[in-house]
Design a protein around this ligand. Sequence first.
Ligand code: ADP
Ligand code: MG
Ligand code: MG
Length: 208
Amino acid sequence: MITKDQILQWLEALAKSFNENKDYLTELDAAIGDADHGSNMSRGFHKVREILPTVADQDLGTIFKTVSMTLISTVGGASGPLYGSFFLKASATAAGKEQLTSEELGNLLQTAVQGVIQRGKASLGDKTMIDVLVPAVGRYQEAIAREDTIQEALFKTVTTAETEMKNTIPLVAKKGRASYLGPRSAGHQDPGATSCYLILKALLETVK
Ligand code: ADP
Ligand code: MG
Ligand code: MG
């Protein structure tokens, strides 16, 4: 079970994490993009943290919908609408809920990832967020099906996310700005895959 308090802690922790990792993400984006992923994510989740208290007494659906709208209006670039879709789909799954079972969290993550795929049309191996999200959430579902606890399942999720984040290094980008570089995008870790890892890692740290 994951409670609303834990979800709120997770979302707040993301403001801190993206503030701490701002320069790191910007350096990654400087190599194959336009050097703004750190500031985009940091600005977005700073605003989320500001707005959260105004919806903290609402259901999880409303909370995630607010996160989605806030990210869409403050992050910009490619990642704003993509993370906006992630949290919009999450909000539909969490509508009317005050807490989530481990299965419900799995459904929420799975649906959220589908939102990113529908919006960005990336496939596995295109050197995007998808390369972390799909295998990591798959790992979560597998673990829960084997009756792991939520903590155990999220630990495996984050381990997979970290590996797959590093596995984006040799890939040639097929979507987004990095794809303009063609083969020269190889040899660099994808910024969006890295922010996905940070989001999942913060979730694990919240339920620990
Ligand atoms: P921009 O490229 O517009 O400056 P950001 O720098 O904030 O936006 O985000 C770049 C990240 O967005 C990339 O590293 C990649 O992971 C992700 N991305 C770009 N296009 C797509 C897509 N079509 N599907 C999934 N992720 C994508
Ligand atoms: Mg960028
Ligand atoms: Mg940009």
